[in-house]
Design a protein around this ligand. Sequence first.
Ligand code: NAP
Ligand code: GDP
Length: 327
Amino acid sequence: MATVILVTGGTGLVGKAIEHIINTEPEGSRFGKKAGETWIFASSSEGDLRDPAQTRQLYEKYKPTHVIHLAALVGGLFKNMKYKLTFLRDNILINDNILHASYEHNVQKVVSCLSTCVFPDKVEYPLDETKIHVGPPHESNFGYAHAKRMVDVQNHAYKEEFGCNFTSAIPTNVFGPHDNYDLEDSHVIPGLVHKCYLAKKNNTPFVVSGTGKPLRQFIFSQDLAKLFIWQLREYDDVEPVILSVGEDEEVSIKEVADAIVKAVGFQGEYSFDTTRGDGQFRKPASNKKLLGLIGGFEFTPFEQALDISVKWFLDNYATARTGLHKA
Ligand code: NAP
Ligand code: GDP
Protein backbone atom coordinates (compact mmCIF):
# COMPACT_ATOMS: atom_id res chain seq x y z
CA MET A 1 0.00 0.00 0.00
CA ALA A 2 1.26 3.48 -0.89
CA THR A 3 2.61 5.49 2.00
CA VAL A 4 2.08 9.26 1.81
CA ILE A 5 3.87 11.20 4.53
CA LEU A 6 2.65 14.77 4.95
CA VAL A 7 5.08 17.07 6.77
CA THR A 8 3.23 20.19 7.93
CA GLY A 9 5.55 23.14 8.37
CA GLY A 10 7.66 21.41 5.74
CA THR A 11 9.30 24.66 4.62
CA GLY A 12 10.66 25.66 8.05
CA LEU A 13 13.91 24.88 9.88
CA VAL A 14 12.94 21.34 10.91
CA GLY A 15 10.90 20.54 7.78
CA LYS A 16 13.76 21.48 5.45
CA ALA A 17 16.11 19.30 7.51
CA ILE A 18 13.78 16.29 7.19
CA GLU A 19 13.58 16.90 3.44
CA HIS A 20 17.41 17.05 3.29
CA ILE A 21 17.83 13.77 5.19
CA ILE A 22 15.16 11.97 3.17
CA ASN A 23 16.85 13.09 -0.05
CA THR A 24 20.46 12.42 0.96
CA GLU A 25 20.50 9.27 3.15
CA PRO A 26 20.84 6.05 1.15
CA GLU A 27 17.49 4.85 -0.17
CA GLY A 28 16.05 2.07 1.98
CA SER A 29 18.37 2.86 4.94
CA ARG A 30 17.11 3.59 8.46
CA PHE A 31 16.67 7.33 7.79
CA GLY A 32 16.49 7.27 3.98
CA LYS A 33 13.47 7.12 1.73
CA LYS A 34 11.81 3.69 1.53
CA ALA A 35 10.33 2.17 -1.60
CA GLY A 36 6.71 3.25 -2.13
CA GLU A 37 6.96 6.34 0.06
CA THR A 38 5.87 9.79 -1.11
CA TRP A 39 6.95 12.70 1.07
CA ILE A 40 5.02 15.99 0.92
CA PHE A 41 6.55 19.10 2.51
CA ALA A 42 3.72 21.62 2.90
CA SER A 43 4.08 25.36 3.48
CA SER A 44 1.43 27.80 4.68
CA SER A 45 0.85 28.82 1.05
CA GLU A 46 -0.76 25.38 0.51
CA GLY A 47 -3.27 26.11 3.26
CA ASP A 48 -3.53 28.14 6.43
CA LEU A 49 -3.83 25.40 9.05
CA ARG A 50 -5.60 27.75 11.46
CA ASP A 51 -8.57 27.31 9.15
CA PRO A 52 -10.46 23.96 9.28
CA ALA A 53 -11.63 24.15 5.63
CA GLN A 54 -8.13 24.82 4.30
CA THR A 55 -6.75 22.02 6.47
CA ARG A 56 -9.37 19.60 5.13
CA GLN A 57 -8.53 20.64 1.56
CA LEU A 58 -4.85 19.83 2.15
CA TYR A 59 -5.81 16.35 3.39
CA GLU A 60 -8.17 15.81 0.46
CA LYS A 61 -5.42 16.82 -1.97
CA TYR A 62 -2.66 14.55 -0.62
CA LYS A 63 -4.57 11.81 1.24
CA PRO A 64 -1.77 11.30 3.77
CA THR A 65 -1.34 7.96 5.50
CA HIS A 66 1.21 9.43 7.95
CA VAL A 67 1.78 12.96 9.28
CA ILE A 68 4.76 14.69 10.86
CA HIS A 69 3.15 17.80 12.28
CA LEU A 70 5.64 20.66 12.61
CA ALA A 71 3.58 23.69 11.54
CA ALA A 72 3.31 26.22 14.33
CA LEU A 73 3.63 29.86 15.20
CA VAL A 74 7.28 29.72 16.32
CA GLY A 75 9.60 32.33 17.80
CA GLY A 76 12.35 33.03 20.30
CA LEU A 77 12.00 34.42 23.81
CA PHE A 78 11.26 38.01 22.80
CA LYS A 79 8.56 37.16 20.26
CA ASN A 80 6.92 34.78 22.76
CA MET A 81 6.85 37.54 25.40
CA LYS A 82 5.16 40.00 22.97
CA TYR A 83 2.40 37.83 21.48
CA LYS A 84 1.21 35.42 24.20
CA LEU A 85 -2.43 35.30 23.11
CA THR A 86 -1.54 34.89 19.43
CA PHE A 87 0.85 32.04 20.27
CA LEU A 88 -1.88 30.40 22.35
CA ARG A 89 -4.69 30.79 19.79
CA ASP A 90 -2.84 30.13 16.53
CA ASN A 91 -1.19 27.01 17.88
CA ILE A 92 -4.39 25.66 19.48
CA LEU A 93 -6.22 26.16 16.16
CA ILE A 94 -3.45 24.60 14.02
CA ASN A 95 -3.06 21.58 16.29
CA ASP A 96 -6.78 20.96 16.66
CA ASN A 97 -7.33 21.16 12.90
CA ILE A 98 -4.44 18.79 12.13
CA LEU A 99 -5.35 16.18 14.73
CA HIS A 100 -9.02 16.21 13.81
CA ALA A 101 -8.36 16.07 10.04
CA SER A 102 -5.95 13.18 10.71
CA TYR A 103 -8.67 11.36 12.65
CA GLU A 104 -11.28 12.01 9.92
CA HIS A 105 -8.92 10.79 7.18
CA ASN A 106 -7.89 7.66 9.09
CA VAL A 107 -4.24 8.68 9.18
CA GLN A 108 -2.30 5.70 10.53
CA LYS A 109 0.19 7.70 12.56
CA VAL A 110 0.80 11.33 13.58
CA VAL A 111 3.94 12.60 15.27
CA SER A 112 3.38 16.18 16.49
CA CYS A 113 6.13 18.50 17.63
CA LEU A 114 6.20 19.95 21.15
CA SER A 115 9.23 21.63 22.77
CA THR A 116 11.08 21.52 26.08
CA CYS A 117 9.66 25.06 26.69
CA VAL A 118 6.34 23.40 27.52
CA PHE A 119 7.62 21.83 30.76
CA PRO A 120 6.88 23.35 34.17
CA ASP A 121 9.24 26.07 35.34
CA LYS A 122 9.56 24.78 38.90
CA VAL A 123 10.31 21.09 38.62
CA GLU A 124 13.00 18.63 39.57
CA TYR A 125 15.69 18.32 36.86
CA PRO A 126 16.35 16.68 34.52
CA LEU A 127 13.08 17.02 32.63
CA ASP A 128 11.65 13.73 31.43
CA GLU A 129 8.56 12.62 29.55
CA THR A 130 6.49 12.17 32.74
CA LYS A 131 6.75 15.83 33.88
CA ILE A 132 4.91 17.85 31.21
CA HIS A 133 1.78 18.59 33.23
CA VAL A 134 3.05 18.75 36.83
CA GLY A 135 3.10 22.56 37.16
CA PRO A 136 2.72 25.85 35.27
CA PRO A 137 5.19 26.73 32.49
CA HIS A 138 7.60 29.70 32.63
CA GLU A 139 5.62 32.96 32.37
CA SER A 140 7.66 34.20 29.37
CA ASN A 141 6.04 31.72 26.97
CA PHE A 142 2.91 30.45 28.68
CA GLY A 143 0.77 30.96 25.56
CA TYR A 144 2.91 28.71 23.37
CA ALA A 145 3.49 26.22 26.19
CA HIS A 146 -0.18 25.68 27.05
CA ALA A 147 -1.15 25.29 23.38
CA LYS A 148 1.57 22.69 22.86
CA ARG A 149 0.77 20.81 26.09
CA MET A 150 -2.79 20.33 24.85
CA VAL A 151 -1.45 18.22 21.96
CA ASP A 152 -0.36 15.59 24.47
CA VAL A 153 -3.79 15.74 26.13
CA GLN A 154 -5.52 15.42 22.73
CA ASN A 155 -3.28 12.52 21.68
CA HIS A 156 -4.39 10.59 24.75
CA ALA A 157 -8.06 11.46 24.18
CA TYR A 158 -7.95 10.48 20.47
CA LYS A 159 -6.36 7.18 21.48
CA GLU A 160 -8.86 6.42 24.24
CA GLU A 161 -11.99 7.43 22.33
CA PHE A 162 -11.05 6.43 18.79
CA GLY A 163 -7.91 4.24 19.05
CA CYS A 164 -5.77 6.73 17.06
CA ASN A 165 -2.00 6.24 16.88
CA PHE A 166 -1.04 9.85 17.64
CA THR A 167 2.13 10.73 19.55
CA SER A 168 4.53 13.64 20.05
CA ALA A 169 8.21 14.54 20.01
CA ILE A 170 9.80 17.01 22.41
CA PRO A 171 12.93 18.66 20.96
CA THR A 172 15.18 21.07 22.83
CA ASN A 173 16.35 24.31 21.13
CA VAL A 174 17.01 23.59 17.44
CA PHE A 175 19.33 25.30 14.93
CA GLY A 176 20.59 24.69 11.41
CA PRO A 177 20.28 25.74 7.74
CA HIS A 178 16.98 27.44 6.75
CA ASP A 179 16.52 28.84 10.26
CA ASN A 180 14.65 32.09 10.86
CA TYR A 181 17.44 34.71 11.10
CA ASP A 182 15.18 37.66 12.04
CA LEU A 183 17.04 40.08 14.33
CA GLU A 184 14.28 40.40 16.91
CA ASP A 185 11.82 37.50 16.58
CA SER A 186 14.17 34.54 16.10
CA HIS A 187 15.77 32.08 18.51
CA VAL A 188 19.14 32.83 20.08
CA ILE A 189 21.51 31.10 17.62
CA PRO A 190 20.12 32.48 14.33
CA GLY A 191 19.53 35.89 15.97
CA LEU A 192 23.11 36.14 17.23
CA VAL A 193 24.63 34.78 14.00
CA HIS A 194 22.87 37.55 12.08
CA LYS A 195 23.84 40.21 14.63
CA CYS A 196 27.47 39.06 14.68
CA TYR A 197 27.61 39.05 10.87
CA LEU A 198 26.32 42.66 10.77
CA ALA A 199 28.79 43.72 13.50
CA LYS A 200 31.67 42.29 11.48
CA LYS A 201 30.46 43.73 8.16
CA ASN A 202 29.64 47.24 9.45
CA ASN A 203 32.29 47.45 12.16
CA THR A 204 29.56 48.01 14.77
CA PRO A 205 29.13 46.57 18.31
CA PHE A 206 27.96 42.97 18.73
CA VAL A 207 25.42 42.99 21.56
CA VAL A 208 24.06 39.82 23.14
CA SER A 209 20.72 40.09 24.95
CA GLY A 210 20.51 39.28 28.68
CA THR A 211 23.31 38.23 31.03
CA GLY A 212 24.71 35.34 28.98
CA LYS A 213 24.26 33.07 31.99
CA PRO A 214 21.20 30.97 31.07
CA LEU A 215 21.86 27.41 29.93
CA ARG A 216 20.34 25.63 26.95
CA GLN A 217 20.64 22.27 25.16
CA PHE A 218 20.87 22.61 21.39
CA ILE A 219 20.15 19.98 18.76
CA PHE A 220 21.28 20.30 15.13
CA SER A 221 18.24 20.26 12.82
CA GLN A 222 19.65 17.43 10.67
CA ASP A 223 20.13 15.20 13.74
CA LEU A 224 16.60 16.04 14.85
CA ALA A 225 15.34 15.17 11.37
CA LYS A 226 16.72 11.63 11.70
CA LEU A 227 15.07 11.27 15.09
CA PHE A 228 11.68 12.35 13.70
CA ILE A 229 12.00 9.78 10.90
CA TRP A 230 12.91 7.14 13.49
CA GLN A 231 9.95 8.08 15.69
CA LEU A 232 7.50 7.97 12.77
CA ARG A 233 8.67 4.53 11.65
CA GLU A 234 9.74 2.72 14.77
CA TYR A 235 7.88 4.12 17.80
CA ASP A 236 4.26 3.20 18.47
CA ASP A 237 3.11 4.68 21.75
CA VAL A 238 1.10 7.77 22.68
CA GLU A 239 3.60 8.96 25.29
CA PRO A 240 6.03 11.62 24.00
CA VAL A 241 9.76 11.14 23.46
CA ILE A 242 12.31 13.86 24.26
CA LEU A 243 14.60 14.31 21.24
CA SER A 244 17.76 15.80 22.70
CA VAL A 245 21.48 15.60 23.24
CA GLY A 246 22.55 14.45 26.73
CA GLU A 247 21.58 16.43 29.80
CA ASP A 248 25.32 16.98 30.46
CA GLU A 249 25.55 18.99 27.22
CA GLU A 250 24.04 22.26 28.39
CA VAL A 251 25.87 25.35 27.14
CA SER A 252 25.58 28.91 28.44
CA ILE A 253 24.45 31.75 26.17
CA LYS A 254 27.96 33.24 26.67
CA GLU A 255 29.49 30.01 25.33
CA VAL A 256 27.08 30.18 22.39
CA ALA A 257 28.12 33.79 21.69
CA ASP A 258 31.83 32.82 21.90
CA ALA A 259 31.29 29.96 19.43
CA ILE A 260 29.41 32.29 17.06
CA VAL A 261 32.19 34.92 17.24
CA LYS A 262 34.64 32.18 16.24
CA ALA A 263 32.47 30.73 13.46
CA VAL A 264 31.72 34.18 11.96
CA GLY A 265 35.35 35.34 12.36
CA PHE A 266 34.36 38.50 14.28
CA GLN A 267 37.44 40.25 15.75
CA GLY A 268 35.84 42.96 17.91
CA GLU A 269 34.69 42.99 21.51
CA TYR A 270 31.15 42.11 22.40
CA SER A 271 28.85 43.07 25.26
CA PHE A 272 25.71 41.95 27.08
CA ASP A 273 22.57 44.08 27.24
CA THR A 274 21.42 43.13 30.73
CA THR A 275 18.31 45.33 30.42
CA ARG A 276 16.87 42.56 28.21
CA GLY A 277 15.32 39.34 29.52
CA ASP A 278 17.08 36.05 30.22
CA GLY A 279 13.93 33.92 30.07
CA GLN A 280 14.01 30.57 31.81
CA PHE A 281 17.39 29.99 33.48
CA ARG A 282 17.69 26.36 32.35
CA LYS A 283 15.56 23.40 31.26
CA PRO A 284 17.89 20.38 31.07
CA ALA A 285 16.15 17.40 29.50
CA SER A 286 17.04 13.72 29.69
CA ASN A 287 17.45 11.69 26.48
CA LYS A 288 17.50 8.39 28.38
CA LYS A 289 14.20 7.17 26.95
CA LEU A 290 15.27 8.05 23.39
CA LEU A 291 18.66 6.32 23.62
CA GLY A 292 17.11 3.25 25.23
CA LEU A 293 14.65 2.91 22.36
CA ILE A 294 16.81 3.84 19.38
CA GLY A 295 19.82 1.89 20.60
CA GLY A 296 22.47 4.64 20.27
CA PHE A 297 22.71 7.73 18.10
CA GLU A 298 25.67 9.86 17.02
CA PHE A 299 24.94 13.57 17.45
CA THR A 300 26.86 16.13 15.34
CA PRO A 301 29.30 18.03 17.62
CA PHE A 302 27.95 21.52 18.44
CA GLU A 303 30.79 23.52 16.84
CA GLN A 304 30.69 21.48 13.65
CA ALA A 305 26.92 21.98 13.36
CA LEU A 306 27.31 25.70 14.08
CA ASP A 307 29.93 26.02 11.29
CA ILE A 308 27.52 24.34 8.84
CA SER A 309 24.70 26.69 9.91
CA VAL A 310 26.84 29.86 9.71
CA LYS A 311 28.16 28.85 6.29
CA TRP A 312 24.59 28.26 5.10
CA PHE A 313 23.58 31.71 6.40
CA LEU A 314 26.50 33.47 4.66
CA ASP A 315 25.89 31.61 1.37
CA ASN A 316 22.14 32.35 1.47
CA TYR A 317 22.00 35.81 3.00
CA ALA A 318 20.06 37.31 0.10
CA THR A 319 17.19 34.82 0.36
CA ALA A 320 17.31 33.61 3.99
CA ARG A 321 14.57 34.62 6.46
CA THR A 322 16.44 37.65 7.83
CA GLY A 323 13.36 39.79 8.46
CA LEU A 324 14.88 42.40 6.12
CA HIS A 325 12.40 41.73 3.32
CA LYS A 326 9.25 42.03 5.48
CA ALA A 327 6.29 43.64 3.71
P1 NAP B 1 9.86 27.58 11.41
O1 NAP B 1 11.18 27.50 10.76
O2 NAP B 1 9.36 28.92 11.87
O3 NAP B 1 8.78 26.96 10.40
C1 NAP B 1 7.43 26.99 10.70
C2 NAP B 1 6.70 26.23 9.64
O4 NAP B 1 5.30 26.23 9.97
C3 NAP B 1 6.81 26.84 8.25
O5 NAP B 1 6.85 25.81 7.28
C4 NAP B 1 5.52 27.64 8.12
O6 NAP B 1 5.09 27.79 6.78
C5 NAP B 1 4.56 26.74 8.88
N1 NAP B 1 3.41 27.46 9.39
C6 NAP B 1 3.38 28.45 10.31
N2 NAP B 1 2.13 28.88 10.50
C7 NAP B 1 1.34 28.15 9.66
C8 NAP B 1 -0.05 28.14 9.37
N3 NAP B 1 -0.91 28.99 9.99
N4 NAP B 1 -0.52 27.29 8.43
C9 NAP B 1 0.33 26.44 7.79
N5 NAP B 1 1.64 26.38 8.05
C10 NAP B 1 2.15 27.24 8.95
O7 NAP B 1 9.75 26.64 12.65
P2 NAP B 1 10.68 25.41 13.11
O8 NAP B 1 11.74 25.97 13.97
O9 NAP B 1 11.01 24.57 11.94
O10 NAP B 1 9.66 24.65 14.06
C11 NAP B 1 9.08 23.41 13.70
C12 NAP B 1 8.44 22.80 14.93
O11 NAP B 1 9.46 22.59 15.92
C13 NAP B 1 7.39 23.69 15.59
O12 NAP B 1 6.29 22.89 15.98
C14 NAP B 1 8.10 24.26 16.81
O13 NAP B 1 7.19 24.57 17.82
C15 NAP B 1 9.03 23.13 17.17
N6 NAP B 1 10.25 23.50 17.92
C16 NAP B 1 11.14 24.41 17.40
C17 NAP B 1 12.29 24.71 18.14
C18 NAP B 1 13.32 25.68 17.62
O14 NAP B 1 14.29 25.97 18.36
N7 NAP B 1 13.22 26.19 16.41
C19 NAP B 1 12.50 24.12 19.39
C20 NAP B 1 11.57 23.19 19.87
C21 NAP B 1 10.45 22.89 19.12
P3 NAP B 1 5.68 28.98 5.84
O15 NAP B 1 7.09 28.59 5.47
O16 NAP B 1 4.79 29.00 4.67
O17 NAP B 1 5.62 30.23 6.68
P1 GDP C 1 14.17 30.00 24.73
O1 GDP C 1 15.06 28.83 24.93
O2 GDP C 1 12.78 29.60 24.45
O3 GDP C 1 14.28 31.00 25.83
O4 GDP C 1 14.56 30.67 23.37
P2 GDP C 1 15.70 31.52 22.71
O5 GDP C 1 16.33 30.74 21.64
O6 GDP C 1 15.04 32.80 22.31
O7 GDP C 1 16.88 31.76 23.79
C1 GDP C 1 16.76 32.75 24.69
C2 GDP C 1 18.02 32.96 25.52
O8 GDP C 1 19.07 33.53 24.70
C3 GDP C 1 17.71 33.99 26.59
O9 GDP C 1 18.51 33.74 27.72
C4 GDP C 1 18.11 35.30 25.90
O10 GDP C 1 18.39 36.34 26.83
C5 GDP C 1 19.35 34.86 25.14
N1 GDP C 1 19.67 35.70 23.96
C6 GDP C 1 20.80 36.44 23.79
N2 GDP C 1 20.77 37.11 22.63
C7 GDP C 1 19.60 36.76 22.01
C8 GDP C 1 19.02 37.09 20.75
O11 GDP C 1 19.55 37.85 19.95
N3 GDP C 1 17.80 36.50 20.47
C9 GDP C 1 17.17 35.65 21.33
N4 GDP C 1 16.01 35.09 20.98
N5 GDP C 1 17.70 35.31 22.53
C10 GDP C 1 18.90 35.86 22.87
